[in-house]
Write a protein that binds this ligand. Structure first.
Ligand SMILES: NC(=O)c1ccc[n+]([C@@H]2O[C@H](COP(=O)([O-])OP(=O)(O)OC[C@H]3O[C@@H](n4cnc5c(N)ncnc54)[C@H](O)[C@@H]3O)[C@@H](O)[C@H]2O)c1
Length: 321
C-alpha cells in the first residue's frame, strides 16, 4: 500500500480549503500538495502555513475552468479535493454568472480530467442543496432528502452534485461527496456572519442582522469538517455521499449575542436590516451515516471553538483588512 499521497486541492487559499491544507500537511508529513486557487477576493495565500511546508506545498494561481492546466495537474495527482467555489449567497443574488462558471463548469472540467486519468475525487458541497426547513420542526436532512436549492449559489452546488453522481453512474469515476453545514473558524472572509460580527464589534461598528435574526444554522467548527473530509477520502467509499454536522443548531441572533458577550460589547451594536430575498429559515443535517460508517465525530464544542475563533480574529486582524 502506498503510504504517501500527492493531493491536488482546489480553492485552498479560501476559508475551508486553507484549513484543510494546514490540517493535512501537518498530519501527513510525507504527503505533498498542490493548491490551485484563482485567488479571488475571498482568498489569502497567507492562510496556508507555507513557510513550514517547504517543497511539499505549491500554490498555482489558476482558474479550475482552465482545461489544459487542470488536466496536467490532475494527471500528476492521487486525489483531487475540490473546495474552489464562489461561496457567498448575497453575491449570487446580485450576479449568478461567476457561480455558474466556478461552481458548475469548474466541476465539469475537473470531472473530465479525473475520468481521463482515473484519479480519486472528493467534492466539498453544502447543506444548502436541500433547501430550508421550518423553524417549528425537528426534522433534519439526511443523505436521501430531495434536493431543493433556493438561491443561485445553492443551485450551482446542487447541479454540480448531480453532475458528479452522473459521472459515477455513467463512467464509474472514483468520487465521493460531502455536504456540510455552516462552518466557522479561522480564515473566513469578513463578509460572513461570524467574522463580520467579530470585526465590526471590535471596531464598535453596527452589526447588520437579517430580518429578526431568528434563522437557524447548524454550526460546524472548520477543523471538525477537515477531519470528516479526511475520513471520507481515506475510506475510498466511492459513490457515497456523507452529511457532515456537529448538530449545533443556533439562531443567528444568539450567535451574534454570544460573540458580543465574549468581546464584552453591547447588544446596542446590533442593527436589524431587511431580510435577504428568499432567505432560508433553517438548515439541519443528520450526520448518523458518517458516524456509523466511518466512526467520525466532532470533537470541538461550539462554545469553546467560538471563543478560540474570536481570539483568532482579535489577534490576527491584519489578515482580514
Ligand atoms: N463556508 C461554509 O460554511 C460552507 C459550508 C458547506 C460547504 N461549503 C463549500 O466549501 C467550499 C469552500 O467554501 P469556503 O467557505 O472556504 O469558500 P471561500 O469563498 O472562503 O473560498 C473559496 C476559494 O475558492 C477559490 N476559487 C473560487 N473560484 C475559483 C475558480 N474558478 N478557480 C480556482 N479557485 C477558485 C477562491 O479564490 C477561494 O480561495 C465551497 O465549495 C463551499 O460551497 C462551505
Amino acid at each position: 500500500m502506498v503510504r504517501w499521497m500527492r493531493l491536488l486541492v482546489t480553492g485552498g487559499a479560501g476559508f475551508i480549503g486553507s484549513n484543510f491544507v494546514n490540517y493535512w500537511l501537518l498530519k501527513y508529513p510525507d504527503d505533498s500538495l498542490i493548491n490551485v486557487d484563482k485567488l479571488t477576493y475571498a482568498s489569502n495565500p497567507e492562510y496556508v502555513k507555507h513557510h513550514i511546508f517547504g517543497s511539499r506545498y505549491k500554490l498555482v494561481r489558476e482558474d479550475i475552468t482552465n482545461r489544459e492546466v487542470m488536466d496536467d495537474l490532475v494527471k500528476r495527482s492521487d486525489v483531487v479535493v475540490n473546495f474552489a467555489a464562489e461561496s457567498h449567497v448575497d453575491n449570487s443574488i446580485a450576479s449568478a454568472e461567476p457561480f455558474v462558471r466556478s461552481n458548475y463548469f469548474g466541476v465539469f472540467n475537473i470531472l473530465e480530467s479525473v475520468r481521463r486519468y482515473d484519479v480519486q475525487f472528493h467534492q466539498v458541497s453544502t447543506d444548502e442543496v436541500y433547501g430550508s426547513l421550518p423553524l417549528d420542526s425537528d426534522r433534519k436532512f439526511t443523505e436521501s432528502s430531495a434536493y431543493n436549492p433556493r438561491n443561485p449559489y445553492s443551485a450551482t452546488k446542487a447541479a454540480a452534485d448531480h453532475l458528479i453522481r452522473s459521472y459515477i453512474n455513467t463512467y464509474g469515476i472514483h468520487a465521493t461527496i460531502s455536504n456540510s453545514s455552516n462552518n466557522f473558524g479561522p480564515y473566513q472572509h469578513r463578509e460572513k456572519l461570524i467574522p463580520k460580527t467579530i470585526i465590526n464589534a471590535m471596531n464598535n461598528r453596527r452589526i447588520p442582522v437579517y430580518g429578526d435574526g431568528s434563522q437557524v444554522r447548524d454550526w460546524l467548527y472548520v477543523k471538525d469538517h477537515c477531519s470528516a473530509i479526511e475520513k471520507i477520502i481515506l475510506s475510498k467509499n466511492y459513490g457515497e455521499t456523507y452529511l457532515v454536522s456537529a448538530e449545533n443548531e443556533r439562531r443567528n441572533i444568539d450567535v451574534v449575542t454570544s460573540i458580543l458577550r465574549i468581546l464584552g460589547k453591547s447588544k446596542d451594536l446590533i442593527e436589524f436590516v431587511d431580510d435577504r430575498p428568499g432567505h432560508d429559515v433553517r438548515y439541519a443535517l443528520d450526520p448518523s451515516k458518517l458516524k456509523r460508517h466511518l466512526s467520525w465525530k466532532a470533537v470541538h464544542s461550539f462554545e469553546s471553538a467560538l471563543k478560540s475563533t474570536v481570539e483568532h480574529y482579535v489577534n490576527n486582524l491584519n489578515l482580514y483588512m
